[in-house]
Design a binder for this molecule. Structure first.
Ligand code: SF4
Length: 359
């Protein structure tokens, strides 16, 4: 199968792994900042193919995981409002809030629907003119254009009953925050899907200012090992740079139409990330011109003081400071069937991926 067989070719995988081994004896730490990469690393057992001096660290790449608990609490509060339908991607339903989950609220009869696209929520607004439809917008530059297009469409159709609650986030500020926190990262395995939208230029600060290698990687084992080899080569030559390994999907300029839609509908704002706190200009807020579709602006959402679960170290895992096996609850009190934290809910979360493929 095209792009499957050749990218999972065992002899090629073995050769690249061997090449990495003979290329360096230096200790390098590479962080992936994409939930899809986290999952692929576990699924294909890539850590086991690397020499002991190459370390892989998971970062803040899972959209559900980085969504702050306060957002879930707000979503629960909206779900409890009269005459309201909450539309959300499936993963978010099971993420624990301070006092409830959307799944629990749904079992109590609240109207919470899972959708596959924000456009489904626009259609819901069209079909239910007497109800308020609130779409929960989460994720990075990959999913935010879909929300932007849904808002534009609802606006064009005069569907004032369609709103979005935005927790959309920008990838670069979190990557920068990790460097500023002093976490040892020699290279970023840059997110393939985000980069299809943003292009490659947004990573240029990392090699230029911080000496960090950057390779935008695909998701198959050959892609990822080749990307690791490219980062090793950059560092061995002392020439960190931004390279695109995933050239079959990522162009240097990204997707200009999607970027235009993003810029038209959203503006950067300070936002809270799980584990990081508030990062300046790291989120996307709906612009004034579209404020009729902004749930924060239209609805009286109560101020909620969110409570973190002290036993869950998901925030530390997202910063690359700990791994799931450092958590006392991993695989015992916390499992995919009974998740205590967000990192065990999403299939892209570090805890869920490790549990699924290595437990
Ligand atoms: S195993 Fe569960 S409780 Fe522990 S860090 Fe992961 S999500 Fe949190």
């Amino acid at each position: 199968m095209k792009f499957i067989d050749e990218y999972r070719d065992a002899s090629l995988i073995g050769k690249i792994a061997q090449n990495i081994q003979t290329s360096t004896r230096s200790d390098y730490t590479f962080m992936e900042v994409c939930g899809g990469h986290t999952m692929a690393i576990h699924r294909f057992g890539l850590r086991d193919l690397l020499p002991g001096n190459i370390h892989l660290l998971s970062g803040p790449g899972c959209p559900v995981c980085v969504t702050a608990r306060n957002f879930i609490d707000k979503a629960v509060a909206i779900a409890q409002m009269e005459n309201t339908i909450l539309a959300t991607f499936g993963d978010l339903i099971r993420v624990p809030g301070s006092h409830s989950t959307l799944e629990r609220e749904r079992s109590k009869g609240r109207q919470i629907k899972t959708v596959f696209s924000p456009l489904d929520a626009v259609e819901m607004a069209h079909q239910n003119p007497d109800k308020t439809i609130v779409f929960l917008g989460i994720g990075f530059e990959t999913t935010a254009p879909g929300t932007a297009i849904a808002i534009k469409m609802a606006n064009r159709k005069n569907l004032g009953n369609f709103m979005a609650l935005s927790a959309h986030k920008l990838m670069k500020p979190a990557m920068q925050a990790l460097i500023h926190k002093g976490i040892k990262i020699d290279g970023y395995l840059c997110p393939g899907h985000v980069s299809t939208i943003t292009g490659s230029a947004m990573y240029s600060d990392f090699p230029e200012k911080y000496g960090v290698a950057c390779v935008i990687s695909g998701f198959e084992p050959v892609d990822m090992l080749q990307s690791i080899k490219m980062m090793v080569d950059q560092l061995e030559k002392k020439q960190p740079a931004v390279e695109i390994q995933y050239s079959r999907a990522v162009k240097p300029n990204g997707n200009e139409k999607a970027l235009e839609a993003l810029d038209e509908v959203f503006e950067p704002t300070d936002t809270e990330w799980r584990g990081f706190g508030v990062l300046p200009k790291s989120g996307l807020k709906i612009r004034q011109a579209y404020s009729i579709h902004d749930a924060e602006n239209r609805l009286s959402i109560p101020e909620i003081k969110s409570l973190e679960d002290k036993a869950c170290i998901c925030g530390e895992i997202l910063k690359g400071l700990k791994t799931p096996i450092d958590c006392n609850l991993f695989g015992t009190a916390c499992t995919p069937e009974n998740p205590v934290g967000a990192c065990m809910v999403s299939s892209e979360g570090a805890c869920a991926a490790l549990y699924k493929y290595q437990k």
